[in-house]
Design a protein around this ligand. Sequence first.
Ligand code: AMP
Length: 212
Amino acid sequence: MKNIIFIAPPAAGKGTQSDMLKNTYGYIHISTGDLLRAEIATGSALGLEVKSIIDKGNLVSDELIIDIINSKLTEIKGKPFILDGFPRTLNQAKVLDKIIDDNYEVIYLELSKEEAIKRIEGRLTCSCGKSYNLNDEALKPKQEGICDNCGKKLVKRDDDNTLAFAVRYDNFLNNTKVLIDYYKNKNKLNVIDVNRDINAIFKDISEIVIND
Ligand code: AMP
């Protein structure tokens, strides 16, 4: 089973697809956004600092995020993993090259800016990491406002607003998009159109990562 690295603009569904891959194949899902939000939830000084960066839509420092990824990859001891949200800069990708072997595929989830905005508007999340979308029948919670997984109350992420979205999308264009060429040159890039049904997307991703 290949390890997976997702590259995507905001709200392209990397969390949802990671969840499906985790439940079907037993991958360990490493979401840097979730790890940062967990730090915020502890109320620590670092968490407060991270919150002020994330809420504006900016990226946290490479140094901090690389530290987090390093300890997480050490903790999982070689089990198959999904990187959801890392790398997001060329520097992060170069560091990652030094800490993992080449048994991975990069999956770029392609989505237009207009569609991403629509998804951000309808998105609700749970503190357990699961996300929902009120604008998509397949992604609505069974009970309004409640997580299907754990029964907690769904909330709107503090960075899911028009202002922070604009910054996040610009960050994607200015810092992350360069990774598409980087991984294409390494022969690792797979492009998936995600303006489709989630099961069709999942089938395509499964074929890339399982049948090797
Ligand atoms: P996500 O849940 O992937 O949308 O990430 C939420 C936010 O966490 C991003 O908008 C960034 O502020 C921060 N973040 C997550 N991953 C990274 C990363 N690899 N580098 C820098 N900041 C990150």
